[in-house]
Design a protein around this ligand. Structure first.
Ligand SMILES: NC(=O)c1ccc[n+]([C@@H]2O[C@H](COP(=O)([O-])OP(=O)(O)OC[C@H]3O[C@@H](n4cnc5c(N)ncnc54)[C@H](OP(=O)(O)O)[C@@H]3O)[C@@H](O)[C@H]2O)c1
Length: 223
């Protein structure tokens, strides 16, 4: 156990799954989580810092380690405005990433989304694409961008749009083959597993993992 992991968004659906994976792995001896409010989770390896996400000075000096994972995110509905959404899905990840690069973190992994594109006419996809572009400029040894399709997991909060998409996807899934496979919904366990797995491969450079590739990574584990 030689490495230290840093995670933001560990209280979320995918982030909490990834946090479990990091804590139970024999690769990391310490897992540092930055949160905006304290959680009840306690674990001998876990160091949790409650910080002000609007103020990078509140966390910059607390960052240390090898691999950083970002599972932050919100929805425009939940955030209230496009500006507030942009803060969570673009500015916070970039501010943390800059601080992490300055502190010598080597690998940065983030959940983006299927279809992320800085030139998209869709605000959500454009914001995610801008985030990817900004990250690309930072001096990490490796940057891993995960672009899942609709996430499947037991979310406490009810999101009507996602529930409807989930039902539609169940019906459509059989038709999503070949190059369309990346549109199939994907479980958060697969995304968390892929993020963990890629961070152990010490890749170099900028890599984008589409939803079907993410899914294949855990299929390989099952075989
Ligand atoms: N849902 C989907 O189907 C889907 C599909 C493709 C990609 N994605 C992307 O996947 C990522 C993870 O999604 P998820 O559904 O697992 O996330 P989630 O459950 O909504 O969790 C989001 C995380 O971000 C944190 N967060 C939100 N607003 C914040 C704020 N203002 N300040 C500080 N922290 C804040 C939350 O902290 P609190 O617990 O404190 O709120 C939580 O830890 C997101 O980037 C999302 O865009 C989602």
């Amino acid at each position: 156990m030689t490495k230290i992991a840093v995670i933001i968004g560990s209280s979320g659906l995918t982030g909490s799954q990834l946090l479990k994976t990091l804590l139970s792995s024999n690769v990391y001896h310490k897992v540092i989580s930055f949160v905006r409010r304290s959680s009840k989770i306690s674990h001998p390896k876990l160091v949790q810092y409650v910080v002000d996400f609007d103020n990078p000075q509140s966390y910059e000096n607390l960052i240390e380690g090898n691999d950083m994972f970002c599972c932050l995110g919100t929805t425009i509905k939940k955030a209230g405005t496009e500006e507030a959404f942009e803060k969570v899905d673009l500015h916070y990840p970039i501010q943390f990433a800059k601080a992490a690069a300055n502190k010598g973190i080597k690998q940065f992994s983030i959940i983006s989304t299927l279809g992320a594109n800085p030139k998209s006419g869709n605000f959500y996809l454009r914001t995610k694409g801008k985030c990817e572009d900004e990250l690309r400029k930072l001096p990490f040894q490796s940057i891993s961008i995960f672009r899942p399709s609709l996430l499947l997991g037991n979310r406490k909060e009810f999101r009507l749009g996602e529930k409807l998409a989930e039902y539609a996807m169940r019906i459509l899934s059989v038709f999503l083959v070949g190059s369309l496979r990346k549109y199939r919904s994907i479980s958060i366990k697969k995304v968390a597993y892929a993020m963990f797995q890629i961070a152990q491969q010490n890749t170099v450079g900028y890599h984008v993992y589409e939803s079907d590739e993410i899914s294949d990574m855990s299929a390989q584990r099952e075989n």
